[in-house]
Design a protein around this ligand. Structure first.
Ligand SMILES: [Zn+2]
Length: 213
């Protein structure tokens, strides 16, 4: 179970609230990219992967605030998401392992990790967490900043480790990290959804070239 997404490990304060996509100008593009990642099997749900648990999630900062919109927990099997499949994270207290959110679905189990990325740099507006065996397998060859193999997904320790790896990535101009303690776990981040997606797909092409050359 330790390698799977889907099990929320933080304390959640959740309130029911209907989110309106039209109030969020970035929503259409975010959701479009979520679909592209789904088509590439970078977000999804398969009986033969991770014991059938859904995997991967995507988020976007709301305005210049610390709040962000994130795909809901256990939504990986859905080909197309609607606004009701996203939750708005309104506060995160990493030290006490607490998340506050609202919506019609609880936020991804990796909301703490997404928050940690946003805290590194105010310019970061989109975070994509995907599962990619190929890229994860060549993380060292591609010199990707990484979290340690002993650190599990969805924990405050992972949030701290991700922040360190992202800070290293920002210094080196690498906007993609590997989570070694989370099987196939990769995170890309950028100032826009398009850039985060492009960085991820470009790095995959480098991984393919490395693996099959
Ligand atoms: Zn994951």
């Amino acid at each position: 179970m330790n390698q799977q997404d889907g099990v929320i490990k933080y304390q959640l304060q959740f309130s029911e609230y209907a989110l309106h996509a039209e109030q969020m100008p970035f929503f259409a593009r975010l959701n479009e990219w979520r679909q592209i990642l789904f088509r590439h099997d970078l977000i999804g749900c398969h009986a033969d992967r991770y014991e059938g648990a859904g995997y991967g999630n995507i988020s976007h900062r709301i305005g210049n605030s610390r709040e962000f919109l994130i795909s809901g927990t256990q939504s990986g099997h859905l080909q197309t998401l609607q606004a009701r499949h996203y939750a708005r994270v309104t506060a995160v207290d990493c030290r006490h392992n607490q998340v506050q959110a609202q919506g019609q679905i609880e936020p991804s189990s990796e909301a703490l990790t997404h928050d940690a990325v946003y805290q590194v740099d105010a310019q970061i507006r989109c975070v994509m967490h995907v599962h990619d065996p190929l890229l994860w397998g060549c993380a060292e060859a591609l010199a990707l900043p990484s979290t340690a193999a002993t650190i599990e997904y969805g924990t405050p320790q992972m949030a701290v480790a991700v922040a360190q790896a992202v800070a290293e990535g920002c210094q080196r101009g690498v906007q993609l990290i590997a989570m070694k303690g989370h099987l196939d776990g990769i995170i890309s981040y950028a100032e826009s959804t398009y850039r985060a997606g492009e960085i991820l797909l470009d790095m995959r092409r480098s991984g393919v070239a490395l693996t099959f050359s």
